[in-house]
Ligand binder design. Structure first.
Ligand code: NAD
Length: 414
């Protein structure tokens, strides 16, 4: 592949894919998108920490070769107004793994969100959000230590498929006529109409990823969160397809709640993953009142969107919630918050979300030792009450650090 603005680093090797698995060299090329607004501040700080951790843990045996690709305002400046140039998408296809700062979505007709473009065009069908509490982080819960979940949100279907018609438009009228005249549907005239496709293929591949993760990481349960009591053939089907995957593909290592009580007296046997389901509305209550009962959660797109932010708020908010968009092998890790333009270039905000997304990336490429080192140093820094303004204002006796000072403090604790 040739690139016009992107420079492929001369040292470093490509991550390759063999039989559906990543093959990661010791000097892999990893992609980064700086991001808009606070992106440069948090990306600079986080890259310093990841590089320092890799150097500390592997002593020169392993090293990341960073390759910058462009999206958002920086891309628009370089590529004549193009916010997501084709060569950036091609680079992700070629190099497979990268991390991005937050991107501005210009508001205005016809502009597709850059994040949606990324997810749909590259088929990054799993949005993965691990949410857990770090000691000392301000939380509205009495027992935030009980929150430790990984949310697998389907990323390509549901109401995000973009099948929606404006009230009164010829398209909406046509769909309305069809639904009423041919299908016997009843609803008010001149409604806006949205269609929610949820497929067996899309649901099963997402659920499969959640199972693989849960089994590889010794998690205790996978919960399907759905609104199947109302939306039987979309949300309800998601749940049924989920149970099908459990039964047909992981039958020997999973049990259902029914089996738990009927066959095991309510005591989960060692080596078996518990599979359960919860209706979406009760899930929000459960995550506030009984978070320790949940572990890996698999859910359709819109539920996952709401739940990820709500659960993140229980343990410190978007400033430290990490995330990733993952396909069969390609993966883009990301800060889950936006560009917070009023804080841009002030060296002020919390780099935690991006930093911990980088921890996920290190795990993804199999560099778990470096991932644990970053996580441990981050935990110690927060426990020592060296934090950015967003935490400092909620913590007694905290030392408020700039973004760059926070990074230096984390590196000192590696
Ligand atoms: P935002 O997340 O940018 O900011 C909301 C508020 O959250 C900020 O004012 C700040 O108080 C706080 N905040 C966010 N990140 C923080 C951090 N790292 N440390 C401390 N505090 C932090 O949300 P918004 O204002 O709704 O959106 C601004 C822009 O970001 C919009 O253009 C939007 O489209 C874009 N956006 C991008 C992404 C993404 O790229 N993934 C996600 C959400 C919003």
């Amino acid at each position: 592949m040739t690139y016009t603005k992107i420079v492929v680093p001369s040292e470093g090797q490509r991550i390759t894919v063999r039989e559906g698995k990543l093959n990661v060299p010791d000097n892999p090329i990893l992609l980064w998108i700086e991001g808009d607004g606070i992106g440069p501040d948090i990306m600079t700080a986080s890259k310093r920490i990841w590089d320092a951790a890799v150097a500390a843990v592997y002593g020169g045996q392993r090293k990341i070769s960073w390759m910058e690709i462009y999206a958002g305002e920086k891309a628009a400046g370089l590529f004549g107004g193009d916010y997501f140039p084709a060569e950036s998408l091609n680079a992700i296809r070629e190099f497979q793994v990268g991390i991005k700062g937050p991107l501005t979505t210009p508001i205005g007709g016809g502009f597709r969100s850059l994040n949606v473009t990324l997810r749909i065009d590259l088929d990054l069908y799993a949005c993965v959000r691990p949410v857990k509490w770090f000691p000392g982080v301000p939380s509205p819960l009495r027992r935030p230590d009980q929150v430790d979940v990984v949310i697998y949100r389907e990323n390509t279907e549901d109401v995000y498929a973009g099948v929606e018609y404006k009230a009164g438009s010829p398209e909406a009228m046509k769909v309305e006529r069809f639904l009423k005249d041919e299908m016997g549907a009843k609803f008010f005239a001149n409604s806006g109409i949205g269609i929610k496709p949820i497929s067996e293929f899309g649901s099963k591949r997402l659920v499969r990823k959640a199972f693989v993760y849960a089994l590889e990481h010794g998690r205790r349960s996978v919960t399907f969160m759905h609104k199947g009591n109302i939306q039987k053939y979309t949300e309800g089907a998601f749940m049924q397809w989920g149970y099908e995957v459990a039964r047909q593909e992981y039958g020997d290592v999973t049990i259902t709640e029914q089996q738990l009580w009927d066959e095991f007296g309510g005591v989960q046997p060692a080596g078996k993953l518990l599979v359960k389901d919860r209706i979406a509305d009760i899930m929000f209550q459960q995550m506030l009142l009984r978070p320790s009962e949940y572990d890996v959660i698999a859910t359709p797109n819109l539920n996952g969107d709401y739940l990820s932010d709500a659960v993140a708020a229980e343990v410190g908010g978007v400033g430290i919630a990490p995330g990733a968009n993952i396909g069969d092998t390609m993966a883009i890790f990301e800060a889950t918050h936006g560009t917070a333009p009023k804080y841009a270039n002030q060296d002020k905000v919390n780099p935690g979300s991006l930093l911990l997304s980088g921890v996920m990336m290190l795990d993804y490429i199999g560099w778990g030792e470096a991932a644990r080192a970053v996580e441990a140093a981050f935990t110690r820094t927060v426990a020592d009450k060296i934090v950015t303004y967003d935490f400092a204002r909620q913590m007694e006796g905290a030392h408020e650090a700039r973004t760059s000072e926070f990074a230096t403090a984390v590196i000192a604790r590696l």
